[in-house]
Design a binder for this molecule. Structure first.
Ligand code: GDD
Ligand code: GTP
Length: 438
């Protein structure tokens, strides 16, 4: 039996994803029509022998229970248990796993997967597990690895490993100078003996912290819970070079999801993946859809996802790389490209939406133009990943990026909104360019 753990962090994480994460936790943000971590769950469900998925984070239970219920219902026939385990406070990327060790070990799984909730990929989990069990019995962790450019590798965990055996000899988390172009994808297979290692780290910390409080420095000294353990720095780095850490390089598509720009990029790739995995989810050119004439999609440039409850006028043109959420109403002559439109948004006649994310319940008037600037990986650089540029450049100006409308934003007719971020519930009265509208 196998299990999977999905690490999703909590409300104070994912700040670069604001204002989109203000009303929806980032792990539940819809990409290609499905919450971000629903793609992780979908990949886990494909693994033979996998029986339980534990989502670990510190979002309040009530923010996750609806999603977990939906997922359980969806996979009820496949005999897979899905649960959310809430950390009482941020315990770091390994602290939560250690805290909930009894839940992970229950039922004696042979191994378990760990997936960072904020990555998107064509997850090759079955191969990763096959690779892991093919390693020597000493192997505790196998890391899924991909290649990045020399410069970009510094933003990730970097690893040096033997190309034949996969044994990792060196692991540095976000190094300050070049180590390797092979990076950690935040996807792992762990043997159950990893808990012995985690217990050692935990007990060593307890002793250290007790010593500090004896010496009168107060508590644990850094304001963090002693159960806080960093997986990368405290577990992976010391395991490197001990014959316990392995890496499997994979050529599959993979990306982090840190900014709104990366959501548009991930949306494109997950839609593309549907061609192979779930072609029925994609809207086809000229396809007539179930519920009455209001749902006739006239012109579609693949790939496009339209929720069955959305109403799209037959003269609208959608695609490529567009996802339309539930209850959205799209008027005549509307043009949408490289964008995500979230549930219950209304887009009136002849409006153009380009490289943008339109939040839940937004209303956009007729003949309006909402446009952003993509920040895709450089296609001329092999292995280039998404750049996640800072919001502002050195001169304090907003870097051109995806246009984001928070939930329930209203834009009147005949306005232009370019490279801007609009906070929830704003009613705009004029056009804006390169601004954050608070
Ligand atoms: N449950 C829980 N509790 N989850 C957490 C916590 C926590 O306290 N802290 C972080 N996470 C989750 C995040 O939500 C995210 O899904 C994942 O753990 C990674 O955490 P980050 O701290 O955001 O790390 P990162 O994304 O900058 O870097 C990690 O991922 C890269 C790949 O995307 C590292 O593992 C890198 O080495 C790796 O390259
Ligand atoms: P973004 O907001 O999208 O940048 O996500 P992030 O995952 O980088 O975290 P965020 O920016 O909210 O937090 C800033 C920094 O705080 C992170 O880069 C971490 O170094 C640190 N941090 C705060 N809480 C935690 C935690 O619980 N676990 C870990 N690993 N780091 C934390």
């Amino acid at each position: 039996m196998l299990k999977a753990v999905i690490l999703i962090g909590g409300p104070q994480k994912g700040t670069r994803f604001r204002p989109l994460s203000l009303d929806t936790p980032k792990p539940l943000f819809p990409v290609a029509g499905r919450p971000l971590i629903a793609h992780h769950i979908e990949a886990c469900v494909q693994v033979k022998e996998l029986r339980e998925i534990l989502i670990i984070g510190f979002y309040p239970q009530q923010q996750m229970e609806g999603f977990v219920g939906d997922m359980q219902a969806l996979y009820s026939s496949s005999n897979i248990n899905i649960r959310y385990l809430q950390e009482f406070t941020s315990l770091g990327t390994a602290g939560g796993m250690y805290h909930f060790r009894d839940q992970i070990r229950a039922g004696n799984p042979r191994a378990f997967f760990v997936l960072n909730g904020d990555v998107c990929a064509d997850f090759p989990l079955q191969e990763l597990y096959g690779f892991h069990i093919g390693r020597p019995a000493s192997a505790l962790v196998t890391i899924m690895s991909t290649e990045a450019t020399r410069q970009q590798s510094l933003h990730y965990g970097c690893l040096v490993f033997d190309r034949e055996s996969g044994a990792v000899s060196h692991y540095v988390e976000k190094p300050s100078s070049y180590v390797s172009t092979y990076i950690n994808c935040g996807v792992y297979v762990c043997s159950m003996d990893i808990f012995t290692k985690l217990a050692q780290i935990f007990h060593a910390k307890c002793e250290e912290y007790n010593c500090i409080s004896y010496c009168g420095n107060g508590g644990n000294g850094n304001g963090k819970d002693q159960g806080h353990i960093k997986w990368e720095q405290e577990v992976l780095t010391p395991l490197a070079g001990t014959d316990k850490l392995y890496a499997m390089p994979v050529p599959n598509w993979w990306s982090q999801m840190k900014t709104a720009g990366s959501a548009i990029y991930a949306n494109r790739h997950y839609l593309d993946l549907y061609k192979r995995t779930h072609p029925e989810r994609l809207a086809n050119v000229g396809q007539k859809r179930g519920e009455g004439d209001g749902n006739l999609i006239c012109t579609v440039f693949p790939d496009v996802y339209v929720h069955p409850s959305a109403t799209v006028h037959h003269s609208a043109v959608l695609g490529p790389n567009v996802a339309i959420g539930p209850g959205v109403i799209i008027g005549p002559g509307v043009r949408i490209r490289e964008s995500i439109v979230l549930e219950q948004a209304q887009i009136k006649d002849h409006t153009l939406i380009l490289h943008s994310i339109v939040g839940r319940g937004c209303s956009i008037g007729a003949w309006t133009r909402v446009e952003g600037t993509p920040s895709d990986p450089d296609p001329n650089k092999p292995f280039a990943k998404m750049e996640n540029p800072p919001l502002f450049n050195n001169e304090g100006k907003l870097n051109p990026s995806i246009t984001i409308l928070g939930c329930f934003v209203q834009i009147p007719a005949e306005k232009i909104l370019l490279n801007s971020i609009v906070l929830p519930h704003k009613e705009l009265s004029r056009s804006f360019k390169n601004e954050i509208i608070l």
